[in-house]
Design a protein. Structure first.
Lengths: 112, 114
C-alpha cells in the first residue's frame, strides 16, 4: 500500500538557517503530494502541494519539488524564522478517493 | 465558509463516562475523516465517510469507539465507556472528491480522561 516516510525529528535551527525536511513516498500510479503544517494548539493546515512530476509547490517561502525518479518531495526554506516553529507533515493522495496518507511528522524548532 | 468546526475544543471526563465529539464539515465536501493524534502514535486515521457512508473504519481502536454521519453537515465520534488511554487530540477533516484535493482540518478536540 501507499506510505510516506519523513526524516526523523526533532529539528532545531537558528533563525535565518536553511531548512530541509526530507520526505519519500511509496505509491502506485501518480499521486498528488502535500505538505501540511501544524502550529501549537491548532489543526493541520495545507502549506503547499504538487500534483504531477516536476511540479514545484511553494508558499510562505517554503518550496518542495515532486521528484518521481527519486520518489521524493523534500521541503525547503532558505531562511527560517521563529514563527516557522511547528510540526510539518508530508502526505500523498490518490485519485481514487480523497484519503490522504501522512508521514510521521517532523517537529521544527527555530531559536532566535 | 467558516471551515471545519469541531466541538467541544476541550473535554475532561472521568473514566467510564460516555464522550461525544462533534464535527461540521465544510459545506459541499463529500468526504469526512476522523483522526486521533498522540505523542506516542502520531496522527492516526480512525474512520472516514464518503457521502455520509462509512468507507473504512479499520482504524477504530475498539468497539468502544463509534462514529456516525446522519447527514452531510454533521458527524459524531462517540467513546463509550471512555478510558484514560483515549486521552488525545481528535481531529475532524473534510475534502471534496476528485484529483488533487486536499483535506481541511478542524481545530481539534483535546480529550482528557481521568
Amino acid at each position: 500500500g501507499d506510505s510516506v516516510t519523513q526524516m526523523e525529528g526533532p529539528v532545531t535551527l537558528s533563525e535565518e538557517a536553511f531548512l530541509t525536511i526530507n520526505c519519500t513516498y511509496t505509491a502506485t500510479g501518480y499521486p498528488s503530494l502535500f505538505w501540511y503544517v501544524q502550529y501549537p494548539g491548532e489543526g493541520l493546515q495545507l502549506l503547499l502541494k504538487a500534483t504531477k512530476a516536476d511540479d514545484k509547490g511553494s508558499n510562505k517561502g517554503f518550496e518542495a519539488t515532486y521528484r518521481k525518479e527519486t520518489t521524493s518531495f523534500h521541503l525547503e526554506k532558505g531562511s527560517v524564522q521563529v514563527s516557522d516553529s511547528a510540526v510539518y507533515f508530508c502526505a500523498l493522495g490518490q485519485t481514487s478517493g480523497s484519503r490522504l496518507t501522512f508521514g510521521e511528522g517532523t517537529q521544527l524548532t527555530v531559536n532566535p | 465558509d467558516a471551515g471545519v468546526i469541531q466541538s467541544p475544543r476541550h473535554e475532561v471526563t472521568e473514566m467510564g463516562q460516555e464522550v461525544t465529539l462533534r464535527c461540521k464539515p465544510i459545506s459541499g465536501h463529500d468526504y469526512l475523516f476522523w483522526y486521533r493524534q498522540t505523542m506516542m502514535r502520531g496522527l492516526e486515521l480512525l474512520i472516514y465517510f464518503n457521502n455520509n457512508v462509512p468507507i473504512d473504519d479499520s482504524g477504530m481502536p475498539e468497539d468502544r469507539f463509534s462514529a456516525k454521519m446522519p447527514n452531510a453537515s454533521f458527524s459524531t465520534l462517540k467513546i463509550q465507556p471512555s478510558e484514560p488511554r483515549d486521552s488525545a487530540v481528535y481531529f475532524c477533516a473534510s475534502s471534496l472528491s476528485g484529483r488533487n484535493t486536499e483535506a481541511f482540518f478542524g481545530q481539534g478536540t483535546r480529550l482528557t480522561v481521568v
